[in-house]
Structure formats: C-alpha cells, structure tokens
Design a protein around this ligand. Structure first.
Ligand SMILES: C[S@@+](CC[C@H](N)C(=O)[O-])C[C@H]1O[C@@H](n2cnc3c(N)ncnc32)[C@H](O)[C@@H]1O
Length: 241
C-alpha cells in the first residue's frame, strides 16, 4: 500500500494561495509526503528530484505519473534548460548541508533558472535555544550525529531565507509561520535518531553514558506531554517568465 497523503496545514495553505492553476511542477527535494500531496493536484506534470537512493523505491507508487529524478543540485547538468510553473522547496534548505555542505548558500541561485512562476519554500525555524526539554532533545540528537561522524541538518530563519530568495532574483510575497505542536512522536523520533548513532561512537563508555542520558531525557520529555514549540514557515516567491 503506497504512502497516502495526510492533510498538512502548510500544503493546504499553499493550495489556497496558488489557486487551481497548477502547471508543470517541480518538487525540488522530494519525499513521500510532498509527492503524495502533489499527486492530489490537477498538475500538467510533476518532476521530483532527490539525491537519496533509499527514496527511489517508494516514490513511483505514490505518484505513478511523476518523473522521479535522482540527481544532485551541485551538478550543473541536472534538469538543464527545463522550467517549471510551480517549484516546491520543501525542507530542502535545512537538508542540503548533509549532502552538499555549504551549497545551501548558492542553492536558490542554482534553482532560479528553472522557475517561471511561483516558488513555495517550506522550512523549519532553527530550534529555540531556550533550555527546555525539547531543546535538550535536539541538542542530544545533534551531539550523537556528530559523535557518529555524520553531518546534521541545519535550519535557517525565515527572514534570512527570504533575503536569499530576493538575492537569487525571486520576488518575495507572503511569509507565513505555523507554530508547531510537539509531543511524543517528535520526542521519540529525534531520540531514536540519536540512539541509532550510538554504535558508531568511537568510545564505548561515552556511548553507554549517552544511552542513559537519552532514556532519562525521553522519560522527562514524554511526561511533559504536547507543547507549542518552534515553527515551520512557508515563503512565497515569484519569478517572472
Ligand atoms: C528533508 S527531505 C524533504 C522532505 C520531502 N519533501 C518530504 O515530503 O518528505 C530533503 C530532500 O532534498 C533532497 N536534497 C537535499 N540536498 C540535495 C542536493 N544537494 N541535491 C539534490 N537533492 C537534495 C534530499 O535528497 C531529499 O529528497
């Protein structure tokens, strides 16, 4: 059974802002969630890019008519000469550092020649550094990723990304934040990421101590229940054809 679209407030808002006219659409950093939403829209065509092989198995069943492209945006030949009426950039900016370090600063310029209409950029505000249990969850996750020798996601504030869009030649319109309700799914998800990194630590004693810390933090954060913490955002850009 392929992944089914789950109603998402951000995507529903984009649908309203865009209106019914969807043409050739580019999902510039695709995944099951964004592609399942696009598959519900009356598009002329969908092109979906990812650099991750593991995603290629599940995506075709989600949107059988979409063109799924395995590619790296640092490659100048990727989608060379192609343009799209709507370009969705869904949590791509924060993910780039894990694949092509520092390229996030040039990414929107790279994307600009492929845009001839609307750009919908979805992102996550950097986690509030407020000392809360959820802040600690994110710090422990990132510490484990680093101690395993891997690279972290890196999120950027909406206003900064809006300036990058303008610098890249996109006219910025609406910017809307969506405060996040965060609870057990988030806590378990982030701490499970942390736990999966433990076998890669160089020092077993540090890994054992970290595992205890993860489970203590999990118990405290789960006991705190659901809270409003952090925010996602959508920035609407336009590029004249
Ligand atoms: C966090 S995922 C996006 C989530 C996705 N939209 C969803 O609905 O699940 C980031 C996406 O951007 C892609 N990506 C990140 N850096 C990239 C790069 N340098 N070149 C091409 N794709 C990249 C990843 O492969 C992945 O498909």
């Amino acid at each position: 059974m392929p992944y089914q679209y789950r109603i998402d407030a951000l995507f529903e808002w984009i649908t309203k802002v865009n209106g019914p006219g969807f043409g050739d659409v580019l999902d510039a950093g695709t995944g099951a969630h964004s592609l399942s939403w696009l598959a519900t829209l009356p598009t002329r065509s969908i092109t979906a890019v990812t650099v991750e092989d593991w995603r290629l198995g599940e995506l075709p069943a989600i949107a059988p008519d979409a063109r799924i492209v395995r590619g790296e945006w640092t490659d100048p030949t990727l989608l060379h000469g192609e343009q799209f009426d709507q370009v969705l950039v869904d949590y791509v900016i924060g993910a780039i550092d894990g694949h092509a370090p520092y390229f996030q600063y040039d990414y929107l310029e790279r994307l600009r020649p492929h845009c001839r209409g609307a750009v919908y950029l979805v992102g996550l505000e950097p986690p509030p550094r407020d000392g809360s249990l959820l802040d600690q969850v994110c710090r422990v996750r990132d510490a484990c990723i680093l101690l395993a020798g891997h690279r972290m996601y890196r999120e950027y504030p909406a206003e900064l990304v809006a300036r990058w869009m303008e610098r890249a030649g996109m006219k910025v319109g609406d910017l809307k934040r969506f405060p996040n309700r965060v609870g057990p799914r988030f806590v378990n998800g982030q701490l499970d990421v942390a736990k999966r990194k433990l076998p890669l630590f160089g020092d077993r004693a540090v890994a054992r101590a970290m595992e205890m810390q993860i489970e203590e933090l999990r118990a405290s954060a789960l006991a705190a229940g659901e809270v409003t913490w952090g925010a996602d955002y959508v920035i609407v850009g336009t590029v004249a054809p």
